[in-house]
Design a protein. Structure first.
Length: 115
């Protein structure tokens, strides 16, 4: 099941291509695989952002963490990642910088779908 992340018609591919063309042409090769995908998931956008802009400082991390939102397809992807790599909720929480309680809630809601 794919959910279109572009609810507000935001073309993330074009935004990232413009940024790479104008400010970071040396990082274009590193990001080309993700930009060539037909569909960019929420995690793809986060990955592109990290590759282009690098790791943020601690205050920016805290701000960004409190403003994240995950759609159903991303939640299912994260839960499938947990199953594939045989991680417990704590390990998954550390890997994706989430709350253990959030993961437990997702597992209860999506258990029949993803796992």
């Amino acid at each position: 099941m794919r959910i279109n992340m572009n609810k507000a018609n935001i073309n993330y591919k074009q935004i990232f291509r413009d940024i790479l063309d104008k400010k970071y042409p040396h990082k274009k090769e590193e990001c080309i695989n993700l930009l060539n995908k037909e569909y960019l998931s929420v995690l793809d956008v986060i990955t592109l952002n990290k590759k282009i802009f690098g790791s943020p400082d601690s205050s920016t991390k805290a701000f960004n963490q409190s403003h994240r939102a995950y759609n159903e397809s991303t939640v299912i992807h994260i839960l499938n990642f947990q199953k594939k790599h045989q991680l417990n909720n704590s390990e998954l929480a550390i890997h994706f910088r989430l709350s253990r309680h959030t993961i437990a809630k997702w597992r209860k809601e999506y258990f029949s779908i993803a796992i």
